[in-house]
Ligand binder design. Structure first.
Ligand SMILES: [Zn+2]
Length: 243
């Protein structure tokens, strides 16, 4: 068994899957480098997001949480890790990071669409999942709770297909050169891999947890559902933004 695991690790390494563990500069929690954001310090003392995690020099790792960014700046953790004072404010950085993550997500969607590896609209997505073509489903965060429930419910029998919350319907449509679009299905590992990484990060950064709440509700497990008594509010809930 041990040998098997070792071999698997080597294979993952050969595939270029980063499993290196890093600590968040703010809360010190250890996670894989894939799950964390990397920041670098510019010559003027500005803190910049290194989305590709490949810029030379010192880097500071951070959970994709606005709260960790604020905390890390306030307690001087970035300055210590990067060897120089930081002049950026957390307000401007929180906005900047959000823009970079949303843009990265949109550009990945555009690439998948142009490569013919993306379908839009509920019916096409369900057909694609059923035919084992679609490997990843994305629902815009501003879809109605009813639509989110319908989609989550229909996909419950396909637990191997992850469902992420994505950018709003207008931005999603613009990314693939269509009108307002809220439900997408992606196929092809070249596209699902990078999208999984960016969407996991974006979901955590934005505090988009409505899908997992709906899912546990549908499955009858007792996860706390925020605003459960006010279902019309669920599309606007972004619990982690109160930093
Ligand atoms: Zn953290």
């Amino acid at each position: 068994m041990g040998r098997h695991r070792k071999g698997n690790g080597k294979r993952r390494q050969a595939l270029g899957i980063t499993e290196v563990q890093r600590s968040c500069v703010a809360c010190r929690v250890k996670r894989t480098a894939t799950e964390l954001l990397r920041f670098v310090r510019g010559p003027e003392g500005l803190l910049g997001l290194d989305l590709a995690k490949s810029m030379p020099g010192r880097g500071a790792w951070l959970c994709p949480k606005p709260g960790c960014l604020k905390h890390g700046l306030q307690k001087g953790a970035f300055a210590r890790a990067l060897g120089g004072a930081i002049v950026s404010t957390h307000e401007s950085l929180i906005e900047e990071v959000q823009t970079i993550l949303v843009d990265a997500c949109k550009s990945r969607l555009g690439l998948a669409f142009r490569a013919g590896q993306l379908v839009a609209g509920r019916e096409k997505v369900f057909t694609g999942v059923n035919e084992n073509e679609v490997k990843l489903v994305i629902c815009s965060h501003d879809l109605s709770e009813r639509t989110l429930r319908d989609v989550s419910g229909a996909l419950l029998k396909y637990p191997q297909v992850p469902v992420f919350v994505g950018v709003d319907q207008l931005a999603t449509g613009a990314a693939i050169g269509r009108g307002v679009t809220g439900v997408l299905g992606v196929s092809g590992r070249d596209f699902t891999g990078p999208l999984t990484t960016i969407l996991s990060t974006l979901n955590e950064w934005m505090g988009w947890s409505h899908l997992s709440e709906i899912k546990s509700d549908l499955l009858g497990t007792s996860a706390p559902v925020m605003g459960a008594s006010e279902p019309s509010q669920i599309g606007d809930v972004s619990p982690q933004r109160s930093v």
